[in-house]
Design a protein around this ligand. Structure first.
Ligand SMILES: Nc1ncnc2c1ncn2[C@@H]1O[C@H](COP(=O)(O)OP(=O)(O)OP(=O)(O)O)[C@@H](O)[C@H]1O
Length: 260
């Protein structure tokens, strides 16, 4: 099967020459749910922008479903991290409609078809009842569902979700992860889901993509989230502790915290 995402020797730099990632080779199989983990500034957003074709690699190549990554691809749905613009009295339906009208098909799509597409994505995320309410009256979890609906417009095969759990409480986090997991399973969508915390994603992940020190490691949670792999990636001692079905990643040499 064609890989959803293929990085071959990729080097990503921001203007001004800041190297964020280098020598990255990775293959994300189509239909996988991948958690993208890494500390602040590790390059999670940068990697998503490269997949979107907004930051072309300075070396190597990126392909999506066998085609070179390019800006404006209908294969990809993106939920960006910055969501301040949502504190407005716009309705949920207007927010989702704006994406249908603007990004995917312009004005070429007949009004009835546009409306059907908005209804379809609202139903996919169970947000029909939210559609008529102003965004500034909705909870964080409800807004996230509408943003997810927006990403699903045009039936993308790959979803890039940039820290969608931020500012949600643990039960809303669990609901959102379960919703994305269901969409991924039922529709065969590939998901790249960035987060600061691994634990809320543990039950959903097929693989984890960890970024640190300009490098990337992709694989099962058990193979990547280990003291050995993360210490190599960070270039510094990292301790990984598993307890009660949760995983804790701590800086420092093994044994130091326990000794303290
Ligand atoms: N437009 C830009 N120009 C120059 N440097 C940038 C730009 N955007 C990001 N960077 C730098 O690239 C590095 C990676 O940033 P990025 O936002 O990708 O990290 P992140 O893992 O998404 O972080 P966070 O978890 O804080 O969102 C950081 O050092 C950041 O300062």
């Amino acid at each position: 099967m064609t890989d959803a995402v293929l990085f071959d020797g990729v080097r990503l730099e921001h203007p001004g020459g800041r190297v964020v990632l280098s020598g990255v080779d990775l293959r994300i199989p189509a239909g996988a749910f991948v958690g993208l983990l890494g500390a602040n500034g590790a390059g999670k957003t940068t990697l998503m922008r490269a997949i979107l074709g907004l930051l072309p690699p300075r070396a190597g190549s990126i392909a999506l479903f066998g085609r070179r990554a390019a800006r404006g691809s209908n294969l990809v749905g993106y939920m960006p991290q910055m969501r301040a613009a949502l504190s407005v009295s716009l309705s949920g339906r207007a927010l989702v409609s704006a994406a249908v009208n603007g990004r995917r098909w312009g004005t070429a799509l007949p009004v009835a078809s546009r409306r059907r597409e908005v209804d379809r994505v609202l139903e996919l995320v169970g947000a029909e009842a939210l559609a008529s309410r102003p965004l500034d009256e909705l909870s964080g979890g409800e807004r996230q569902r509408l943003l997810l609906a927006q990403c699903l417009i045009g039936d993308p095969r790959l979803l890039l979700l940039d820290e969608p759990l931020n500012s949600l409480d643990p039960s809303r986090q669990a609901e959102l992860v379960a919703l994305v997991r269901r969409l991924q399973r039922e529709h065969g969508i590939t998901v790249l889901f960035s987060a600061h915390e691994l634990n809320p994603l543990l039950g959903a992940l097929d693989q984890v993509l960890y970024l640190a020190g300009g490098h990337a490691a992709l694989g099962s949670v058990d193979s990547v989230v280990t003291s050995e792999t993360l210490s190599r990636l960070y270039g510094a001692p990292i301790e990984v502790i598993r307890s009660g079905g949760r995983i804790f990643v701590l800086p420092g040499a093994p044994g130091l915290e326990r000794a303290a």
